[in-house]
Design a protein around this ligand. Structure first.
Ligand code: SF4
Length: 370
């Protein structure tokens, strides 16, 4: 996979002396750095620009689930926004009103908020990920952020970190003290979809090699088939990816796998048509769901999920697979049960952490809190 390093870094003066900017300066020797009082909020897209700002909001957010569908109770550690991998279906195109790569330079504030939150809520397990408003690892070769976060979570008895990516930029994970508290995760798609809709992401082979690299270093793994996209012969496309995945890694290292059929806010359609002329995905048949998003008809969603879960269960009947943003009827028809019967989706995922990662916060904890 080719790295597209930022060529221009615009830094707010309040964070110019911080450790994040120091890493960027060391790892982007050819980039031009500019310091400004405040980064402009005027949208002017330039994929070669990286902005480093002082973030003034909450770094920890809840996953934007809706009351209509089962929600996973995941939380997001918000360290930056936007992504230059340019997947045609990327929701960030419609979601964020500032178009350039942006990182939050006040990392000490982020870690302080995280520590305080975990300590305050020490009686429960926290599943925390970073890949919601950007790709978790896209800029890691330059920021080295994983080298801070992974050891941080290694010392937190009641939390696990999921780093979700479509890159193979996992070099910084080598040799880190992770204590089994970090999950290296990849979004996967059928080869036909990957080629057409994910032009700058790593190939399937590169992603699976990266996953194997992490598994060999003791990391737990997760995989996300989201968005599943209808295309000719989708069964053999997705079936092949699952076969290659289970050939590449031991299923018992996989903590969870999610499945989610393509869904989108209606305004995304014209953005895809305008910016991704090769994409076929806006031309599928969709209906509006309870959350206002456009979705495939329920029969096709049930077909996707039934096909995938049957293959997953053949590889590992105990692997925790779950549906993203679906209701009881689709769960029952494709998986044969509803999360409600198992205490809710968040409990299912907590149990996966306990069973696969052997982290049980009800057990006496000997480690000190950070
Ligand atoms: S990798 Fe994720 S965040 Fe980046 S463009 Fe693709 S969908 Fe968007």
């Amino acid at each position: 996979m080719i790295r597209r390093a930022p060529g221009r870094v615009i830094v707010e003066s309040e964070v110019a002396g911080g450790s994040l900017v120091a890493s960027l300066r060391a790892n982007l020797p050819h980039a031009v750095f500019e310091t400004v009082d405040r980064v402009s909020e005027q949208p002017c897209r330039d994929p070669g620009v990286l902005e480093v700002v002082r973030f003034r909001g909450r770094f920890l957010k809840s996953c934007p689930g809706t009351r209509h569908y089962h929600c996973c109770g995941y939380r997001i550690l918000h360290f930056g926004t936007q992504c230059t991998l340019e997947c045609s279906y990327c929701i960030l195109q419609a979601y964020l009103n500032q178009p350039n790569l942006r990182l939050f330079g006040n990392i000490d504030d982020m870690l302080g908020e995280l520590s305080a939150d975990l300590e305050e809520n020490s009686g429960r397990l926290h599943r925390i990920g970073t890949g919601e408003f950007t790709d978790s690892m896209l800029l890691d070769p330059y920021t080295g952020l994983s080298r801070l976060l992974v050891p941080f979570f290694a010392k937190t008895p009641n939390a696990v970190l999921e780093l979700k990516t479509k890159t193979d930029f996992i070099g910084n994970l080598d040799g880190l003290e992770h204590n089994g508290h970090t999950i290296a995760a990849w979004s996967l798609n059928a080869e036909h979809v990957r080629r057409r809709e994910e032009p700058f992401a790593a190939t399937l082979k590169e992603r699976l090699n990266a996953a194997r690299f992490c598994a060999e270093r003791g990391y737990y793994l997760a995989f996300h088939f989201d968005p599943i996209i209808e295309h000719p012969d989708w069964r053999s496309g997705y079936g092949e990816v699952l076969d290659r995945l289970f050939d590449a890694v031991d299923p018992s290292r996989i903590v969870w796998m999610s499945l989610g059929a393509f869904r989108f806010m209606p305004e995304l359609k014209s953005i895809i048509q305008e910016h991704h002329g090769r994409s076929r995905i806006p031309y599928g048949e969709f209906i509006r769901g309870l959350d206002g998003k456009m979705r495939y008809f329920r029969d096709i969603r049930v077909e996707f999920y039934s096909f995938m879960i049957n293959k997953i269960r053949r590889a590992d009947p105990h692997l925790c697979a779950y549906l993203c943003m679906e209701g009881d009827d689709i769960w029952l028809e494709s998986f044969g049960f509803s999360p409600r019967e198992r205490g809710g989706l968040d409990r299912m995922l907590d149990h996966a952490v306990r069973d696969r990662m052997h982290i049980d916060i009800t057990a006496p904890e000997t480690q000190p809190f950070v």
